[in-house]
Design a protein around this ligand. Structure first.
Ligand SMILES: NC(=O)c1ccc[n+]([C@@H]2O[C@H](COP(=O)([O-])OP(=O)(O)OC[C@H]3O[C@@H](n4cnc5c(N)ncnc54)[C@H](O)[C@@H]3O)[C@@H](O)[C@H]2O)c1
Length: 253
């Protein structure tokens, strides 16, 4: 028996990195993926890849920083029978220190990383309440657990996701809706590449940053996807409000 057989799963930020790897893994587990991303080319390519290998995926171009875009996305989820699992994964890291951060940078960081989680959860929970069950997984960051001096606006938004996870877990547990949060450390994705390039000589930055990881390496998108699979499936049926670091020990020292 596959772990997500017939489940309607909404994944935001599906076109690259962690969202893409999660869509591939969940489709193999029998999920009906509804993917959302602002990047249409990436969304179409992962949709084709999943469909060719026998999985099910629909892609809707969506800017998750807008409530109207999110509402339209969940209308499609409703037509598919209502959402069973939501992976709030879309994010953007504005790698600028406090003194260089503009109002526009702040708004982008908070709207894409945090406002999106709030409004996707709002529309998903309406459908999950009708179904009597649901699982939401929020993708925060170690930057929500400890300070991140090179991206304070990102850190603030990611910390907000942790507080929102606990709030929604407390509010909707009685409806059998579980809400959990993953905090990845550095994960090999296009986002990490961009941030490392911003920080200086990539080889030097990588070597220096890896020293902060007890496991001596960065993680893979698949390693985050596997944690999301646990939280999406009935394997975690009594887990809610949990904040799980997937960080090779980064926050343990
Ligand atoms: N890679 C890391 O080291 C790392 C570490 C901690 C947390 N995270 C978090 O994991 C999540 C995924 O990150 P990733 O590394 O895969 O990033 P990525 O940049 O590789 O992929 C993010 C995806 O989100 C999409 N996106 C951006 N803005 C959007 C918007 N307004 N509407 C819809 N889609 C939008 C992008 O187009 C892209 O496809 C993010 O929330 C990120 O903050 C990543």
């Amino acid at each position: 028996m596959k772990r997500l057989d017939g489940k309607v799963v909404v994944i935001t930020g599906v076109s690259a990195g962690i969202g893409r790897a999660t869509a591939e893994l969940f489709a193999k587990e029998g999920a009906l993926i509804l993917g959302a991303d602002i990047n249409e080319d990436g969304g179409e390519s992962i949709t084709e890849k999943i469909q060719v290998s026998g999985g099910s995926m629909t892609f809707v171009k969506t800017d998750v920083s807008s409530e109207s875009g999110i509402k339209a996305l969940f209308e499609v989820a409703g037509e598919m029978g209502g959402v069973d699992v939501l992976f709030n994964n879309a994010g953007v890291e504005v790698a600028k220190g406090l003194l260089d951060t503009s109002e526009e940078n702040w708004n982008q960081s908070v709207n894409v990383n945090l406002k999106s989680v709030f409004f996707c959860s709002k529309y998903a929970i309406q459908q999950m309440k009708e179904k009597g069950k649901g699982a939401i997984i929020n993708n925060s960051s170690v930057a929500g657990l400890v300070g991140s001096t090179f991206s304070p606006a990102y850190s603030a938004a990611k910390g907000g996701i942790i507080a929102l996870t606990k709030t929604l877990a407390a509010d909707f547990g009685e409806f059998n809706i579980r809400v959990n949060c993953i905090c990845p450390g550095a994960i090999e994705t296009p986002m990490l590449e961009r941030v490392i390039d911003f920080q200086g000589d990539p080889q030097e930055v990588r070597a220096r940053r890896k020293k902060n990881y007890p496991m001596g390496r960065f993680g893979t998108a698949k390693e985050v996807a596997q944690t999301a699979l646990f939280l999406a499936s009935d394997d975690s049926s009594f887990v809610t409000g949990a904040i799980i670091a997937v960080d090779g020990g980064f926050t343990s020292k």
